[in-house]
Design a protein around this ligand. Structure first.
Ligand SMILES: [Cu+2]
Length: 157
């Protein structure tokens, strides 16, 4: 079989031509940005939200979505973040109990490094979480202290 050596020779020749051809086109180098986040084609399979998801999508107003935490529920809990935008989710706790908000992140798992978290929202407190929509998809969130009853989704598109 002489096909393989012939192909190799062609490949070497092509590489040599490509290497030499770069000299007069320095701008091509700048496009070689490595993809540090190859998984950001979209989020992995997410956990099911513990709470029934609102039928309507809550839109940001001036970059903010107001969310109330009351009676061990997030309201609203179907939140829209435009792709390549960042939205501040303002969490007002009207319960006598402490809550948290944890977004599972692109890996679809809670308690991992890519989670977006507000670790404590005390009774009567107002806390903010800014979520950047870097990859289109649906992201699930929960309250760590009431994981069986409080949850929702962030829709990035
Ligand atoms: Cu809670």
């Amino acid at each position: 079989m002489k096909l393989v050596p012939a192909l190799l020779l062609l490949l070497v020749a092509a590489l040599f031509v490509a290497a030499c051809g770069d000299d007069d086109d320095s701008s091509s180098v700048a496009t070689e940005t490595p993809n540090l986040f190859p998984s950001q084609a979209g989020p992995q399979q997410q956990p099911d939200p513990a709470q029934a998801v609102d039928a309507t999508l809550a839109e940001p107003v001036d970059g903010v979505i107001e969310v109330t935490l009351a009676e061990i529920l997030f309201s609203p809990n179907n939140l829209h973040v435009p792709l390549d935008d960042a939205v501040t989710i303002r969490l007002t706790n009207d319960d006598p109990a402490t809550h948290t908000m944890r977004v599972a992140g692109i890996d679809g798992r809670y308690d991992t490094e890519d989670d977006a978290v507000v670790p404590m929202i005390g009774p009567g407190a107002v806390e903010e979480l800014t979520f950047a929509g870097a990859a289109a998809g649906v992201y699930t969130f929960r309250c760590d202290l009431h994981p069986g009853s409080m949850g929702g989704v962030i829709v990035v598109d």
